[in-house]
Design a protein around this ligand. Structure first.
Ligand code: DOR
Length: 420
């Protein structure tokens, strides 16, 4: 039966969204056309209508670390968080460096969430992520990986990075680059700055990220090949990306909600819940990232959803595993930036939907006739508190745990099916 989402707010205008089966039929201003007879009508007054989002950077932990997250629990968080598609990183155990692991991820996702959200596995760049030997990208490509990455660990050798880019290009696979100079600050705990000095813990300077980003941007220029810079955290890296784009180098980039909302002062008091890689930087870095999202220097938002068990986070700061659980919270948190007029509502759709769709070649909903009816309804006024009961992810490791937040996904439709 055809369905009409009646009187939802889309970019601040009340609209009727009509869809049939898996596809959009039309989106029209309320009152412009009568709702056709025999259509199921869902009243969405007061709810914001957004296209389903893509999270191009998540860690689903299965196989191997099911105590942190399973594919099923990660996809539950994605579904309730507004994501129809997630690209999952290769640092599982075993690492996703062969077709068997890629296929296992696809099969588990399909068995548990046949109607979506959909996974898009990312293959390892090097075997076991060790940076020593190339991963077998031909078989990874055949098994259906959407990109290649060593995420979690930087590729130290420039020669190896060059070969990764060249080999991946043979299959049209984008390389997602975790930029961190591994020699500059081994065993770092947080950002190098005033706060790390005060706490007396080892810091990683922003130049640790920028050095590798510069190296790989230059490789991209020299080889005429693309590179995607993951989780950009600093103004210095933003400046490099801006320069590269102006020079016509094929670089794209992402940043994550936590770099826009927090800075390294969050670690005062040795707050191990706020340890992440790359680390939270200064408030000046945060401002530069927001500007870069608005001017398109940074192409997309991604969560870097990195679930960990409580015992792995609630330790001494230097022992705490880096990473935040992100899928449940991302839309709420970034809607906050819209509410504060820091970014426009349409920019949210660009950063979480249109651009990641273009970069990773995943179909998205532009609310045009024939597009997949992938969308969610968001209540901007509902308040909720992330805690063990409300978070669908097994990873409860968010700096926002226990804080009352405003705005929540209420319903999510994928391919026209209401999944909650
Ligand atoms: O904080 C992080 N955690 N950053 C990464 O790059 C990896 C991730 C993880 O796998 O836990």
């Amino acid at each position: 039966m055809d369905t009409c989402i009646h009187n939802a707010l889309h970019l601040e205008a009340p609209v009727d969204l009509l869809f049939s089966g898996e596809h959009i039929v039309s989106m029209t201003p309320v009152g412009l056309q009568p709702i056709p007879e025999g259509v199921r009508v869902i009243d969405a007054e007061g709810l914001v209508l957004m296209p389903s989002f893509i999270d191009a950077h998540v860690h689903l932990r299965e196989p191997g670390f099911e105590y942190k997250e399973t594919i099923a629990s990660g996809l539950a968080a994605a579904l309730h968080g507004g994501f129809s598609d997630v690209c999952c990183m290769a640092n599982t155990r075993p690492v996703n460096d062969c077709a068997a692991v890629t296929r296992l991820i696809y099969e588990k996702a399909k068995a548990q969430y046949p109607d979506g959200p959909f996974v898009h596995p990312i293959g390892a760049a090097t075997k076991q992520l060790l940076g020593q030997e190339l991963a077998p990208m031909a078989e990874l490509h055949e098994a259906g990986v959407v990109a290649i990455s060593n995420d979690g660990r930087p590729i130290a050798s420039t020669e190896m990075m060059r070969r990764v880019m060249e080999y991946a290009a043979d299959f049209g696979l984008l390389v997602i680059d975790h930029c961190e100079d591994p020699t500059l600050a081994e065993h770092w705990v947080m950002n190098e700055g005033v706060v790390s000095g005060k706490l007396g813990v080892k810091g990683q300077p922003v130049v640790g990220e920028a050095l590798q980003a510069a190296r790989d941007i230059m490789l991209a220029q020299y080889l005429h090949l693309p590179v995607h810079i993951a989780h950009v955290s600093s103004a210095m890296t933003v400046a490099l990306i801006r320069f590269a784009k102006e020079a016509g180098i094929a670089v794209t980039a992402e940043t994550c909600p936590h770099y826009l909302l927090l800075d390294d002062s969050a670690l005062e008091g040795f707050n191990s819940a706020c340890r992440v890689s790359p680390p939270l930087r200064s408030s000046e870095d945060r401002d530069a990232l927001l500007a870069a999202l608005n001017d398109g220097t940074i192409d997309i938002l991604a969560t870097d959803h990195a679930p960990h068990a409580l015992h792995e986070k609630m330790t001494a700061l230097d022992q705490s595993l880096p990473g935040f659980s992100g899928l449940d919270l991302a839309v709420t948190l970034t809607w906050g930036l819209v509410r504060e007029n820091v970014i426009a509502e349409d920019a949210l759709h660009r950063l979480w939907c249109r651009r990641p769709g273009e970069i990773f070649r995943i179909p998205t909903n532009g609310f045009a006739k024939g597009d997949f009816a992938n969308f969610f309804l968001f209540d901007p006024h509902e308040t909720w508190t992330p805690n063990d009961e409300t978070l669908y992810s097994k990873g409860k490791n968010t700096p926002f745990y226990g804080q009352e937040l405003s705005g929540r996904v209420r319903h999510h439709f994928i391919h026209g099916k209401q999944l909650f």
